[in-house]
Design a binder for this molecule. Structure first.
Ligand SMILES: Nc1ncnc2c1ncn2[C@@H]1O[C@H](COP(=O)(O)OP(=O)(O)OP(=O)(O)O)[C@@H](O)[C@H]1O
Length: 618
């Protein structure tokens, strides 16, 4: 017999379990049944796809209680585990992001107040320690000869592991129950009615029979109806049943925001049951996160995380697709090329997008939640699926200078001023940075609405999307802007020509052009990108990804009505040789860069120039 230590993170999680941060302890049984069901799926699949020799004629889950010994046993005749697997799977937590979450959960008190936080990672097998002070797991892997493995722990720092000579194939988990304490929601889990209630509530849809055996009783009783939820008409399924199923497949603690049923008949039949969660998982933007749907073929589970069924930008959608005409032996490789799968995927996308669109009118609050949680991911679809620009843009909303609530593009277009032909936007790092950017000045002064785009993905998709309802999307930090229709109000460029030429020469390394601006009302100067150039934010992103390219020069625009610019022109006219002029040019450029939230190349030099100049004014 060997005594081993739990990995540090596993120990922390166990601690939380032992000290019962969950107010609902009943869920331990749901977790055990869920694992058993997965193990049965895996055995059936191993036989089907890998030709494993195994008896799958009576796959089932058994629950046995012994009131005297106060034990509860959950048994399955599924795939089982090898000794190494027991150590790796039960002694450690391999899931990404767990450490981080555990950090947040350190305070058990906080966890009690935040059930959703803990719901974000499956507590799984460890939840048994909420109700048991000793857990024994005996298992044998299907297809292995000889002995099985016995694992035992009291949920503290260590566990023991040993050979078990006569273990049958599958896994048996025996809990030595703590004394009941109903004040602490710790019920009597040897009670027949309690078991029935829990199974009915949480595990009714499990595809394998869950049988209750009890010493003395005669025939075992089947506790669940085993009906595949996606195959039942929506009107016959309660929300509670859907929610439990959602938990089984998603391991999310909170109820889903929306449930989608689909059924296609005809040449290619399939059924789908999809869920849109009500909150983004913590790993929505992590590359290694689990994504994809469950694939079944005629009620037989084939695989988890089937990415081929749903595009990456809808990776938060959970659910099941049950296709009638696929081979049970289908592999991931074949899945990628399968025409039917591609067709299903297109239909699912269409359905998800139209469901969100319906929410916008039927339940604006739900829609707002959806967009807040998942909008950032959905916008990636504008890059990935040009064919779906329209339906994606229709469900998108954006922060805007028109009030504090986000707006749809349709609502923006409706509010457009007479004569306005483009949809104006400005990208940046935060709302306040964008709002206070010099680029905004003329638009604000003239009463034009500007969309405020602050997600990193915004920098990219705006270049991929040419228009919405025939209106071009237009960055107000790019190209020329001419909001004033009245030619007479404009300053003649001619008077400024010598100054513009001088500045261009002095700032040649940084700007490609210096010109008068029509977008400034209060600032002296601003920087804009040429219509076809990439923006500084994008340049920065490329750089961060390791793609060095040549520096893109921008255009310096001056406000002819600003006293600084007027004064500079006068000074330049008095004498172009004035030694203070080049410094002023640099200060002007630096100030424009700072005003839009940009980074100076040489902040120390800028600070020195500024201090010298200020010293002369005090
Ligand atoms: N009855 C079982 N038969 C075979 N393997 C099992 C069984 N129970 C658990 N396992 C293995 O142990 C692993 C860890 O189980 P655990 O319940 O802790 O987490 P999980 O099921 O992977 O995640 P979650 O709890 O989020 O569902 C499982 O993924 C599975 O590989």
């Amino acid at each position: 017999m060997e005594t081993l230590e739990f990995q540090a993170e596993a120990r922390q999680l166990l601690q939380l379990m032992v000290h019962s941060i969950y107010s609902n302890k009943d869920i331990f049984l749901r977790e055990l049944i869920s694992n058993a069901s997965d193990a049965l799926d895996k055995l059936r699949l191993a036989k089907l796809q890998d030709g494993l020799e195994a008896d799958t004629s009576d796959l089932h889950i058994e629950i046995e209680t012994d009131a005297e010994a106060r034990t509860l046993t959950v048994r399955d005749n599924g795939i089982g585990m090898t000794r190494d697997e027991v150590v790796a799977l039960i002694g450690t937590i391999a899931k990404s992001g767990t450490a981080e979450l555990l950090g947040k959960l350190k305070e058990a008190k906080e966890a009690k107040e935040n059930p959703e936080l803990i719901g974000q990672f499956g507590v799984g097998f460890y939840s048994t320690f909420m109700v048991a002070d000793k857990v024994i797991l005996v298992t044998r892997k299907a297809g292995t000869e000889g002995h099985g493995t016995r694992w035992e722990s009291a949920g503290e720092g260590t566990y023991t592991i040993d050979d078990e000579p006569d273990a049958p194939v599958g896994t048996t988990i025996t809990l030595h129950l703590r004394p009941k304490d109903e004040d602490d929601a710790l019920y009597d889990y040897v009670d027949e009615w309690k078991i029935k209630e829990i199974v009915k509530r949480y595990s009714d849809f499990i595809a394998f029979p869950i049988r209750r055996v009890s010493s003395g009783d005669g025939e075992p009783e089947v506790l669940n109806s085993q009906k595949a939820l996606w195959a039942r008409p929506r009107s016959e399924v309660t929300d509670e049943e859907y929610h439990q199923f959602y938990r089984h497949i998603s391991h999310d603690w909170t109820d889903p925001l929306e449930i989608i049923n689909m059924k296609a008949e005809g040449t290619f039949e399939y059924e789908a049951l999809l869920f849109i969660p009500s909150r983004a998982p913590h790993d929505l933007f992590q590359r290694d996160a689990r994504r994809g749907l469950q694939l079944y073929v005629k009620r037989v589970f084939i695989m988890d995380d089937s990415k081929e069924l749903i595009p990456d930008y809808l990776r938060f959608v959970k659910g099941v697709v049950d296709a009638a005409d696929l081979s049970l032996n289908i592999s991931r490789e074949i899945l990628q090329q399968d025409r039917h799968i591609q067709m299903i995927r297109r239909r699912l996308v269409k359905k998800v997008l139209s469901t969100i669109k319906d929410l916008m009118s039927s339940s604006p609050e739900k829609y707002a939640t959806f967009w807040r949680e998942f909008g950032r991911a959905v916008k990636e679809g504008l890059l990935a699926e040009p064919d779906n620009h329209k339906p994606i843009l229709e469900i998108a909303s954006f922060a805007t200078t028109h009030g504090s609530e986000p707006t749809t593009l349709a609502a923006y277009v409706e509010r457009m001023k007479e004569g306005q032909e483009e949809i104006y936007f400005l990208t940046g790092e935060s709302r306040s940075q964008v709002e206070n950017s010099p680029h905004m000045e003329a638009f604000q002064a003239e009463g034009y609405e500007v969309l405020i785009l602050t997600d990193p993905v915004d920098e990219i998709w705006v270049d991929a999307v040419p228009e919405f309802e025939g209106k071009k999307l237009r960055s107000i930090a790019r190209g020329t802007v001419d909001l004033k229709k009245d030619e007479e109000e404009k300053e003649p460029e001619g008077d400024f020509a010598p100054l513009l030429g001088f500045l261009k020469e002095k700032l040649d390394e940084r700007v490609k052009e210096v010109r008068l601006s029509h977008r400034l009302t209060t600032s002296a100067a601003c920087l804009v990108s040429d219509a076809d150039d990439i923006t500084p934010a994008l340049e920065k992103m490329y750089r961060a990804m390791g793609q060095e390219g040549p520096r893109v020069k921008r255009i310096l625009e001056l406000n002819p009505n600003h006293p600084l610019v007027a004064g500079l022109r006068a000074a330049h006219e008095r004498g172009a040789e004035d030694p203070a002029l080049p410094d002023t040019a640099e200060l002007l450029y630096g100030t424009a860069l700072l005003a839009e939230g940009g980074d100076l190349d040489d902040p120390a030099r800028f600070a020195k120039l500024l201090a010298d100049r200020l010293a002369r004014t005090v």
